[in-house]
Write a protein of this length. Sequence first.
Length: 374
Amino acid sequence: MTTALHLVASALRRFWPLPALLALVVVSAEVAFTSGGSVTKGVVVIALINLTLVVGLYVFAGLSGVFTFGSIGFTAIGAYTAALLVIPPDQKAVLQPLLPKFIAHAHFGAVIATLIGGVVAALVAAVVSIPLMRLNGIAAGLATFALLVIIYTVANSWEQVTNGAAGISGVPQSVAPTLTVALSWAAVAIACGFAFQSTGLGLRLRGSREDEVAARSLGVSVRFERRVAWVASAFLMGIGGALYGEYLGSFNASAFYLSLTFLTLAMLVVGGLKSLSGAVVGSLTISFVAELLHRIEQGVNVGLFRIPARPGLREVGLAIIMLAILILRPRGLTNGNELPWPRLPQRMRRVRGSTHVSGGDAESYADAVVRDPS
């Protein structure tokens, strides 16, 4: 019986962060969505899409320790791909008559188009990973930033496909993600991120993050692990970008450039770069704080007094809050750890040295073992 309890306790501890994070996201989204107006509901959907992006960013940057400024480029690829696939062909013939025929006649539902957006982003990532994953440190950061600039320039200039600086328009409002859709994709991203970091490849990648030389000496193919994580990250970023494009309805390349890049990086760093819980907590925290500052920026009533509008308060306030968090918690709000296992109350003293546990003692003994399986 003791062995069985040990196994149950070990399994619960191992998988605990996943249900805890899913519950945190669902409760936070439902509370914010039901307690706010129409504007707040839109903010909640955007926050969930940002959460998908931050989890995708964590899959590579968090697990490998290689900072990237180019992953938002895959978001743009996913957004353009999904948007071109959900717009009806007759509408594309009017809005973008120069489209290649295979794109002009293609039409899919929102779910399929979103997945295709992720796949296309992953394919591009697989190609560019060949030279990029040879780099480390500052060189890798600069190279990924160069990739972002390239994708932005192509998206802003390719008249035939992206409609150049005018961007994409005419995405049907019916495909815009609702709370349920955004929440479902965020849950899928969290589950994928947790599954990936729990695999042998994810563990080897985390080992190379802590000590690359030691990992290589043990036979870990660091470049291969990073390439797989880069492609997986691009897939999730592409899905997030597809949701973003479907929600906006009309957009151009500027929507997926420096502003979104630094916002997602800030969410990941503030929450905790080295844990999935950090990615989730950071994105929720920054989203909540940003919306609060935005409302204060527009002017609010406090009792009999009114705080006047303060343009720029949102950006300045976010910068100050992030700076304070990073000074007080250099490793982020979660300190780079997953959500802790809850401590269960011990109702009875643990029975030691007994081979037989019966009646009410069995329940107390099980609580004690789950609390401390050693």
